[in-house]
Write a protein that binds this ligand. Structure first.
Ligand code: ADP
Ligand code: MG
Length: 476
């Protein structure tokens, strides 16, 4: 039976995605197949999973299992591993608003419809259970501290706010919301806050959480009836650091629970710190009441670092690893990596590894050879500077406004034109362009580019104007 079930899981993975398999089907097993009554008995961990599968995936089950079992029709019997578990357990964690009663209909087939056999695949539940436990706490990374975080104009606000909350927990900015593009130091700052709070007060309870882990924990808590433990984790904390909150997007139920936990923490005056790749309002698929709560305290951005900050970061990292990094090599690397400090570190590691392996000192010639793939010096970054400057000049808008979060129609239109020109004229990735223009998401850039392309097909004047701008950029 389990071969058939494994085959079924493969199909579901392709049709509905691995998330659905991990969330709902992994802890289910096909117990028996009665060919005379055409009845398939599925063992599910609890009532909630049973109802959810019946309401959402019954057709998928029917179609594919019928084919795999060579059965013209199928009936289903769902047997709960914890049949006596009160539904209230699941309900207690999910506010009634998200789970309509329809989601709690009793199983359609009676559990007695098929005889029980010992579940052959209980190890799956056990593995998941232990995973759930292992993943439930994430340790703070002690390498991410304030003393090795380089401050420059691009991150000074976020850094100052992060430091300020450590000495005045929950009384200055609550929540503190830090946003910025990938690899710009959000996670570093969150851990630095946690480490600093602990250093000041070893008894403080700090909890670092990623959205991914939060979602998995939540799902496991439902699956294994551990909703109480799930909530308890947030009961005695002093500081909660939620990283990459944008991944809660479109996860309705998780957002409900998050909302509930947020409110409790806030009311109890616990410090909340959140990070995301975009401004709260721009996180698609997030409930507006959550977005507005995220803006209750301070929203601080991290922008792409300037060359000096990048060089300072490289020097700090080199010192830490006791590497002798000549200035011209630092400059060479900083000039080529535009918008991601992780890539900056990667380049340094490659050069230092090469130096160690070949027993040579780091030199500019070696860096050029090793980092051949980084391309021409700063061309892209200079080009983006030129494009934003010339677009701003032609439309008489300040560069800062284009980079800002202002949503005024005129500014938003000019920003979209800047995105379009950058996409057209540079080799930068959409994310790098988004990062450059105020830490925006790549989907915002795609949206803008598509919109301008449509306008260009209809508007000759715009076509001419953009032609002139392009010429000016090319000749500047
Ligand atoms: P994000 O969470 O924004 O994607 P991270 O915090 O993971 O980025 O940062 C990526 C890497 O860059 C980490 O190794 C981090 O230590 C380093 N980093 C980022 N910003 C700084 C900074 N200002 N000073 C020193 N290191 C930094
Ligand atoms: Mg991060």
């Amino acid at each position: 039976m389990h071969l058939i079930w494994d085959e079924f899981l493969k199909i579901i993975k392709e049709e509905a995605g691995s998330q659905v398999v991990e969330t709902w089907f992994k802890a289910v097993c096909l117990e028996t197949w009665d060919a005379t009554t055409h009845t398939v008995t599925l063992r599910v961990p609890n009532q909630f999973v049973s109802s959810w599968i019946q309401n959402h995936y019954l057709e998928l089950l029917r179609t594919h299992l019928a084919r795999l079992l060579h059965a013209p029709v199928l009936k289903f019997a769902f047997v709960c591993t914890t049949p006596s578990t009160p539904l209230q357990k699941a309900r207690s964690i999910i506010p009634a608003a998200v789970l309509s009663d329809a989601e709690f209909v009793a199983p359609t087939a009676s559990p007695q419809a098929a005889p029980l056999i010992v579940a052959p695949r209980t190890h799956i539940a056990a593995v998941d259970r232990s995973n759930g436990k292992e993943r439930s706490t994430i340790a703070l990374n002690e390498n991410y501290r304030f003393d090795n975080f380089i401050v420059g104009p691009s991150n000074s606000l976020a850094h100052a706010a992060a430091r300020a909350i450590c000495t005045n927990l929950s009384s200055v900015y609550n929540p503190l919301f830090i946003y910025g593009g990938t690899g710009l130091g959000k996670t570093h700052l969150l851990h630095a806050i946690g480490n600093q709070v602990r250093a000041q007060n070893p008894d403080a309870v700090v909890r670092y959480e990623t959205s991914d882990n939060f979602i998995n924990d939540f799902i496991n808590s439902i699956r294994f009836d551990r909703s109480q433990q799930f909530r308890n984790k947030y009961q005695k904390v002093d500081v909660v650091l939620f990283d990459d909150i944008q991944f809660l997007s479109n996860k309705e139920q998780t957002q409900e629970v998050f909302f509930h936990i947020f409110n409790v923490l806030y009311e109890q005056q616990k410090q909340i710190v959140l990070s995301s790749d975009t401004f709260p309002k721009e996180i698609a698929g997030l409930q507006s009441r959550l977005k507005s709560r995220m803006e209750w305290g301070l929203v601080a951005d991290i922008q792409v670092p300037d060359t000096e900050t990048k060089m300072a970061i490289l020097r700090k990292k080199a010192d830490y690893h006791t590497l002798n990094l000549p200035d011209d090599v630092a400059e060479f690397i900083a000039a080529r990596v535009i918008s991601n400090i992780r890539e900056l570190e990667g380049a340094l590691i490659r050069v230092s590894a090469f130096a160690a392996l070949t027993n040579q000192k780091i030199s500019i010639e070696m860096a050029k050879r090793v980092l051949l793939t980084l391309g021409e010096p700063k061309r892209e970054s200079i080009l983006l500077d030129t494009i934003i400057k010339i677009v701003a000049k032609h439309y008489d808008v300040a560069i800062n406004d284009i980079r800002s979060k202002k949503r005024h129609q005129n500014i938003a239109n000019v920003r979209q034109i800047a995105f379009y020109m950058m996409k057209k004229m540079s080799d930068c990735s959409l994310q790098a362009i988004g990062n450059y223009v105020g830490g925006r998401d790549h989907s915002t850039v795609i949206h803008a580019v598509t919109k301008v392309e449509k306008l260009l097909a209809l508007d000759r004047t715009l076509c001419q104007k953009l032609g002139i701008i392009e010429q000016e950029i090319l000749t500047s």
